[in-house]
Design a protein around this ligand. Structure first.
Ligand code: ZN
Length: 202
């Protein structure tokens, strides 16, 4: 399965000059919501990810995603794995599990995101699951931005990766494009202006 082609075909891998939430600039931007707008594609991707996880032999009771980004990928993955799905959400900036979701003691929870960059949100949500007694057994994402080592890839973990190294991380593909600080950005030097994805209808 050519994941990058699926993203390109869905206009989910954008090329231009983007200002990322970290403040860095990039020539590319991944808009995973766009690849998931077709439920058939979402199902196909989730099933491929579920296949990797099943092959590894990892046992999972529940998939948990941080809202909003991980919701669709997480739900589709839980469906493909035939396990329960819950989500964590920010309330006044603090990650929380609400909506009557319960986590039982030692419940095996897989954290799921659409994209793992450094894994910060996934780990904030994981801390809430752990505080309720759950056990984090792995992390999954459709796309890996290349800062964290995943199963079945040669990419090495970078210092800014926040995922624990003692549990597996599953993703379908690595999207390792360059990021630049604004003062050294070659795209800025060429005279174009970085746009915030979402600010012009993307
Ligand atoms: Zn720039």
């Amino acid at each position: 399965m050519d994941i990058k082609k699926i993203y390109m075909d869905a206009d989910a891998l954008l090329e231009g000059h983007f200002k990322l939430s970290s403040g860095n600039h990039s020539q590319f931007y991944l808009q995973s919501a766009k690849v998931l707008e077709d439920p058939k594609t979402a199902k196909l991707l989730a099933e491929a990810l579920a296949e990797q996880i099943k092959t590894s032999g990892l046992k999972i009771d529940t998939v948990c995603a941080p809202a909003l980004g991980g919701l669709i990928a997480g739900f589709a993955l839980a469906q493909a794995l035939d396990v329960r799905f819950i989500f964590a959400e920010r309330v006044d900036g603090v990650m929380n599990i609400r909506r009557g979701f319960e986590v039982s003691k030692d419940e095996k929870v897989l954290m799921c995101e659409d994209i793992i960059t450094t894994g910060g949100s996934a780990m904030e949500a994981a801390a809430v699951v752990k505080s309720l007694g759950g056990k984090i057994v792995g992390v999954a994402a459709l796309a890996n931005r290349g800062f964290c080592k995943r199963e079945n890839s040669d990419i090495k973990t970078k210092s800014n990766c926040k995922l624990p190294q003692d549990i597996p991380f599953f993703a379908l593909a690595d999207f390792t494009f360059e990021m630049y600080s604004p003062d050294t950005c070659p795209l800025c030097r060429d005279g174009s202006e970085a746009i915030k994805p979402g600010s012009r209808g993307n």
